[in-house]
Write a protein that binds this ligand. Sequence first.
Ligand code: TEU
Ligand code: CA
Length: 556
Amino acid sequence: MELTWFKKGTIYQIYPRSFNDSNNDGIGDLRGIIEKLDYLKSLEVDILWLSPIFKSPNDDNGYDISDYCDIMSEFGTMEDFDELLKQTHHRGMRLILDLVANHCSDEHRWFQEAKKSKDNPYRDYFHWRKPAANGGPPNNWKSFFGGSAWELDPLSGEYYLHLFTKKQPDLNWENPKVREEIYNAMRFWLDKGVDGFRMDVIPLISKREGYPDAPKKGFRKIIEEVYANGPRVHEYLKEMNTNVVSQYDAFSLAEGVGINHENAGLYINKDRKELDMLYHFDVLECTIVNGKFEESSVFNLVNLKNIFKKWREAVHEKGWLANAMGNHDFARMVSRFGNDTSYWSESAKMLLLMQATQNGSLNIYQGDEIGMTNIVLESVEDVRDVQSLNFYNENLETKRYSNRDALEMINREGRDNARTPIQWSDEINGGFSAHTPWLKANPNYAVINVEKQDKDKDSILNFYRKVLKTRKQYDVFVHGDFEELEFNNPNIYAYKKKRENEEILVALNFSEEEIEFKFDTSDVASEILISNYENLNIENNQMTLKPYQGVVLEMN
Ligand code: TEU
Ligand code: CA
């Protein structure tokens, strides 16, 4: 299989609000990103994905768009954007935008019009239903962010659907005009030279006829069978690909809530011409049993291996996956899957080795390249994320947990963990801004920051640079045939990968103990390609892995 630029390239996610503030108003902006393009280039990343930069009242930090063809005023102007695109391309990198097409903002002109009357031409851009017999919401659907997914519009006495906050009304994709509006917005950016889109909650765009009630229990099943994967989703995606994306040298990367390894192929198999790649969300959700702030489990390595394996086998060579261990919706990668105290540096590096050697695209979330960690917010006043705040406020009423416990849950799982300002230096607010940032900087910026790691050859940052560079030289990192070793070992993740004449062995210790690891006697390691410790204790077919040690050996 020939690797196109977008399959081989490393994707780096920027959450603009928290990346870099160029005008010191406490909010990251486009000029701030331009200032850091050389840094991003030095990191060896190839494709920048910007979380939404469009006009928005920011109920959900830009995932509520009020104009698809304008820039959020806090982030800058269209001129700033054009400059950013030009400068990115100038450095040989690509730029993709975040298309939020399942819903828009209630402040979008379409919704403002739609609300005016039942016969307004924009009415049918959204999902409206009469109340149930008791006057309540038309069905039992729940918003992903708590409460009913329906909000009563007092003027018409009808409810509208919002799978996220009530300021994010769902668009009605059944209406061909809606689809054309979205396609036109995509063309607007593609004509400027944008290289593709990350597609927010794309499996949700087609709704089930009659809006049937959801079963009472079963978090995943409800999403998969009631909210996502609706009857016309594939038709829409084909249309979008045929009419828009395939007309450009661009690609689509979908966020896959509700997609499992069994139906993933329907979205990404090449011959179906729908999407170019897909996150397997199960990795990100591997500790979430029943939704955020509901049941969660402790991290289990064998479970994670299983997820990678099932997805890999299901899409092998037919479609393409994107691997992410963190994004703006989850706690920090090193705090969740590694050890952010005693083995902070080792585990952050080891996790990268795992990610960089899985089949598919490598996706890095801003700040993970310096091992940024979760933050402890001392008071609910400091919480900014609407999902966390909704949970907290709902809990004030239900009193299910004490306020302290609720805040603790937010600190463990909440989205603000990943949204604290990037720690550029040990200056005030981590060098992100001279002004108090919109969300507190993690006080550990004095120790964890870019400037410091840039100078240290053994830093996480320099390790990222090295791994990303090596990954470009070996196709086998990106895709190859897997052979799992000691699959049921709860502490070691090890595998051999082969592709044409390249062969590597990857061994990763996920524990705080030193562990002996034996591999097949017929294998001869020729070279240690990468290790996150200075030394590797290896003799013949046996190695001793230090706590959180990770190695990639080249075999012959
Ligand atoms: O996230 C949608 C999504 O799938 C998550 O909300 C997930 O379901 C949740 O974390 C439970 O595990 C996307 C964006 O990434 C997010 O930032 C937006 O808030 C959301 O869509 C709405 O646009
Ligand atoms: Ca700013």
